[in-house]
Design a protein around this ligand. Structure first.
Ligand code: GDG
Length: 470
């Protein structure tokens, strides 16, 4: 049987009891069945980094491998090219893109190092599933080194439009690198359409009537596979936290997001302020609890977002708060996953205001955690990938504080029957397309692609673009 090799920027920890939801829960059973290995990078100590071979360890379910990187390599590959260039550009935030000389070369150097180390481990019969924006060029680098395996890719973040994509240093190579995969999985139809346009305009690919892309002499499939959570497990965890009576019409609005500018946290607070301005009857009765664990704090744009949030939280509390009412609580800490499930369940409204987001799992977690007898209401940004599947939420435009305010007013006044109907429709879909459906469906399709052999292919060198193809 072909081995399944998963490669992502970070590999899971050695101790399975620290698997907190997410990808690892989706993939550990499949990896266990397919003699699988999960390989990722790891920041090591400069002095103790040795011969650049992948260090392997056995978990009870699958093997993990770590490639140690020096702090300088992490700086250019991870904080630099990946998170100061690709992340903002793919989230359509060119204003936050920080291009430093050395980032692109540093990224290329780390990926070449990674490819060299992987060549000592991978076999032609392997199915290799590479994840996310940090690692797009990896399949092509492995093919250049002669590895003829099946290569799948899943992009967790959104795909921008062609012009924005072209602003990324190294964009033409990146486009070419996408074309080395057999199957590219994306979160949404929106992203599928955008990536097809990029391949057509930047790499001169042709869209075939079958929906496949033809590039040079090979075909590539691009399809959407909306990622999800382990719905059954999360619903059980949340149900262990009974919902208290909603005494005195108290409403808690919950937001849970990594502290990231793509999540629209400042827009959320602007919307909440407008809601308070327009609904004085809610004074003393409503509270916005924002959980925002910091991430990538070394990148300037991330430090700035915390300052902005502190300012807005302080001004709303200063303007509206009383001795016994604090309208907004912002907590920059990470909560244990089961506690989070309980907080969702105890909150009457869940709010997601992403300005651009691959999927947004918080939207799915909030709905899953609700008590079906007395469910809360989800406010969901139209720009989160989750909105493609979750139209029964209250869909909002995060750029318009009035849109947020109106939806909040609608949520706090919604009848039990309407809340139940919306929840029932959303939960039925979530149960059908959970995280196990996601990995099963993607891997089944990848297996089909592996039969259509695209082997021996190395992506062509990109030609310099003078203008976009029409
Ligand atoms: C990327 C894409 C895509 C947050 N605070 C705590 C905590 N979290 C957990 C949430 C949720 C996860 O982090 C965040 O997932 P998202 O999907 O919202 O966003 P990203 O981290 O940006 O993930 C995104 C995702 O990849 C998957 O493909 O959906 O679009 O950007 O699970 O619960 N978890 C715990 N404590 C916290 O305080 N335990």
């Amino acid at each position: 049987m072909s081995r399944l090799i998963v490669i992502s920027n970070r590999a899971p920890a050695l101790d399975p009891s620290s698997d907190a939801g997410g990808l690892v829960v989706a993939l550990r059973d499949v990896l266990a069945k397919q003699n699988g290995i999960w390989i990722g990078t790891n920041e090591g100590e400069e002095q103790s980094i040795g011969n650049r071979e992948i260090r392997f360890h056995d978990r009870p379910d699958f093997r993990v491998g770590y490639l140690d990187l020096t702090p300088a390599e992490v700086q250019s590959y991870y904080l630099g090219y990946s998170n100061s260039i690709l992340w903002p550009a793919f989230h359509s935030r060119l204003d936050l893109m920080q291009v430093e000389p050395g980032y692109l070369e540093g990224h290329q150097k780390v990926l070449s190092l990674f490819a060299d180390a992987l060549m000592k481990v991978l076999q032609p019969s392997d199915t290799v599933w590479i994840h996310d924006y940090h690692l797009v060029p990896l399949a092509n680098l492995l093919k250049q080194r002669g590895l003829q395996a099946t290569f799948g890719f899943f992009l967790h973040i959104p795909v921008p439009d062609v012009q924005t994509f072209l602003s990324v240093p190294g964009s033409e190579n990146l486009c070419s690198a996408f074309s080395a995969y057999d199957l590219i999985g994306l979160q949404t139809q929106r992203d599928t359409a955008n990536l097809r346009l990029i391949l057509q305009n930047v790499c001169h690919a042709e869209l075939l009537p079958s929906g496949k892309m033809k590039i040079a002499d090979r075909k590539l499939s691009i399809k959407s596979y909306p990622i999800s959570i382990d719905v059954e497990e999360f619903a059980d965890t949340a149900a262990k936290h009974p919902k208290p009576e909603n005494k005195d019409g108290q409403f808690r609005i919950i937001g849970v997001d990594r502290l990231d500018y793509s999540k629209g946290l400042t827009h959320r607070l602007d919307g909440f302020r407008t809601f308070l301005d327009r609904n004085p009857d809610m004074y003393g009765k409503v509270n916005l609890l924002q959980i925002a664990p910091p991430s990538r704090t070394e990148v300037t744009a991330y430090a700035e977002i915390r300052e902005q949030l502190d300012g807005l939280t302080g001004s709303i509390n200063g303007d509206f708060g009383t001795v016994d009412w604090v309208p907004v609580q912002t907590i920059y800490k990470s909560f244990p996953r089961d506690e989070l499930a309980g907080i969702y369940r105890h909150s009457q409204v869940g709010i997601v205001t992403s300005l651009f987001d691959g999927m947004n799992l918080v939207a799915k977690e909030y709905v899953t955690a609700q008590d079906p007898e007395n469910p809360g209401v989800l406010l969901l940004s139209q720009f989160a990938g989750a909105a493609e599947q979750m139209q029964e939420a209250l869909i909002i435009n995060p750029h318009d504080p009035v849109s947020i305010s109106d939806a909040l007013a609608k949520a706090v006044n919604m009848t039990l029957q309407e809340r139940q109907e919306r929840h029932d429709a959303l939960f039925t879909k979530l149960k059908r397309n959970d995280i196990h459906w996601w990995s099963r469906t993607y891997l089944k399709d990848l297996k089909k692609e592996s039969n259509n052999l695209n082997l021996h292919y190395v992506a062509p060198k990109p030609t310099k673009l003078t203008a976009l193809a029409s």
